[in-house]
Design a protein around this ligand. Sequence first.
Ligand code: HSE
Length: 320
Amino acid sequence: MTSSQMKVLVIGFGTVGKGFFELLYRKRNVLSLNNVSINEIVDMKYGYIKNPGNDVIKEVEGGKIFPKEDVLSVIKESDADIVCEFTWLDLKTAEPAYSHIKTALQLGKHVITTNKGPPALKYKELVTLANKNHVKFLMKGTVMAGTPSYNLLELVPGAEVRSVRGIMNGTTNYILTSMENGKSFSSALREAQELGYAEADPTNDVDGLDAAAKVTIISHILGWKHEFSDVKIKGIRDVTPEQAKEKTKLIAYADEQSIYVKPLKLERNDILSGVSGVTNAIEIDTDTLGKIFSAGPGAGKVQTAQAVLTDLVTITKGAK
Ligand code: HSE
């Protein structure tokens, strides 16, 4: 591929798809990405949109419906260089995202996803496929949205990771912080849903599965052997208001030997104990620097679009 035109196919035009569309066109000039264009969008609800205009979001939100097409056929017939996969999460089968991504990689297209299913459940297979076809399979948006997390390691070449520990689910941290301040579990969950943080099925948040998917993805990226099914998972349903007040947080942890998600009471001087509300945070323990830390939003429209842009820049840099 040359640095000339790069065409993007977007699969899924919900919050993330729309956020990415807006952010790409807002930042294209400043990032010298004028050669990148979204040429196709396919969405369950809106149909197949070829050469979307600037006002496509207004059009679909105003009720305009485009022809329905089978997504796999769209991928197969597309001349896109990059496929952005933004469909819904299924932590049991990873479908339909898994089939979309596999098909795109087999056809030699780069893939960016914000869907945790395929990288948590099918990482090795998909990365092997990407390598075989000399393309990238990138997923920054699956872990802490655009906030630097595992990608910090690109800035410290050679640093060996001893362990990773973090607050990787905004919904549960919001609930625990609210309980700390006297709110009930259920009203805090409702608020997290209203803020757009909770998963469509909030049991994935509350029972720790979302954080488990994220720590599994990090573990895969680090080359550790854990699978999603290896993660020992305990959610926050049994955390009492008293425990929340004592700085109990839902901690996701992995090192080479162990991987878990569980509520833990933190010491007041633990850097993670000060992380409140929907904020996410990660602490990476390395052999050269000791502990490095990053905190910020872990979800949201622009925040997730930033992650996609980060991955897009990784691909375009590699193509130059
Ligand atoms: N439901 C997730 C959270 C959203 O609350 O952190 C981002 O993966």
